[in-house]
Design a protein around this ligand. Structure first.
Ligand code: ZN
Length: 330
């Protein structure tokens, strides 16, 4: 088997990792225009891409890599969920590709996602202010890991803001609910949704022959899962259903290619966060005093720990199951 990743001139936005013949993970380089991971899958007579990064430039590199690796243009793009680091590059692939998501994901993009982008364009000042504030924090931060993570965050936000005037918000063209199968000439892929957990609707891709799953942000490797829009119970239920599929290799939404071990770690993390907040509520302590547990101190996305606590606190104390669009920028 020739490793064709060696022939692709590297992108500054991602590293390619060949997971199987014709299956490639595009792993985000921190602080660039990718932010999330993507995947490239050769179906034989067509090529499929999963998720499209944060910026147009990163998505253009992804498209170039897909053409280089498979020798074909991209026919299918999957959006695992609506978050901008998985959908902002969509425009690069049309016309030519069909963009596929769940019907709920498309609905959120067509309403909230589009409105939010219009707000960012009409009034970018709050985002620039937040970046300036983060810059000040970076100057004062003494923890090297945290400092590096905040620098990455600001560098990626800066790439996003620079791109914004050229962004054409591009919606999925095909939607599904439950399951959809794409039959290529050399492999079959299943698109599956078990509802929403990380967001209001999360889909993932499963290659039953190869036992590879491209999980979007339902599974992150050594990164704090992002619970900003999460329903913790629903998320855990989804992961339990994934356990029944026989997955062996996972391309996660953030972090390196991994296995079911990391899926189990995400379950542990969600359970731990819920337990920490429940205990704080029970003993009338402030969640602001909670610190990152030892087990997760070397994980990235540290800044999400506090917002995860807040989200779970609201979820426990207010209306479990509600899914507010409560943050301007993620
Ligand atoms: Zn996400």
């Amino acid at each position: 088997m020739t490793n064709r990743t060696e022939t692709f001139t590297d992108s500054k936005h991602f590293r390619l990792n060949q997971v199987a013949e014709g299956v490639y993970a595009a792993i985000s380089v921190p602080g660039t225009g990718s932010v999330g991971n993507a995947a490239i899958i050769d179906l034989g007579d067509s090529t499929l891409v999963v998720d499209t990064f944060t910026t147009i430039e990163a998505a253009e590199d992804l498209q170039a890599a897909a053409i280089e690796l498979t020798g074909k243009p991209v026919s299918y793009v999957i959006n695992t969920h609506w978050h901008s680091d998985h959908t902002s590059g969509n425009q690069v692939f049309i016309p030519g590709a069909q963009i596929i998501s769940t019907s709920i994901t498309r609905e959120i993009m067509a309403t909230f996602g589009k409105d939010r982008l219009a707000r960012h364009l009409a009034d970018p000042e709050p985002i620039y202010r937040a970046m300036d504030e983060l810059d000040e924090k970076i100057q004062q931060e003494t923890d090297e890991k945290l400092k590096r993570e905040m620098q990455w965050e600001n560098a990626s936000d800066s790439e996003y803001m620079n791109m914004l005037p050229n962004l054409v918000y591009t919606l999925p063209t095909i939607t599904f609910d439950g399951q959809m199968t794409i039959h290529g000439s050399s492999r079959t892929v299943q698109l599956i949704t078990y509802g929403g957990g990380h967001t209001q609707s999360d889909a993932f891709l499963y290659l039953p022959e190869e036992k590879i799953a491209v999980m979007g942000d339902l599974v992150l490797s050594k990164h704090h899962p992002v619970m900003m829009y999460a329903n913790p119970n629903a998320w855990l239920n989804i992961l339990e259903r994934v356990e029944a599929l026989g997955v062996e290799t996972i391309i996660p939404g953030h972090g390196e290619v991994c296995s079911m071990k990391e899926l189990h770690e995400v379950k542990g993390y969600i359970n731990d966060i819920v337990a920490l907040v429940a205990e704080a509520v029970h003993s009338k302590k402030s969640i602001d005093d909670l610190v990152v547990p030892q087990a997760y101190q070397d994980w990235y996305f540290t800044t999400y720990f506090k917002s995860n606590l807040k989200r779970v606190y609201d979820w426990i104390t207010e209306s479990p199951g509600s899914t507010p669009f409560n943050r301007e920028k993620e």
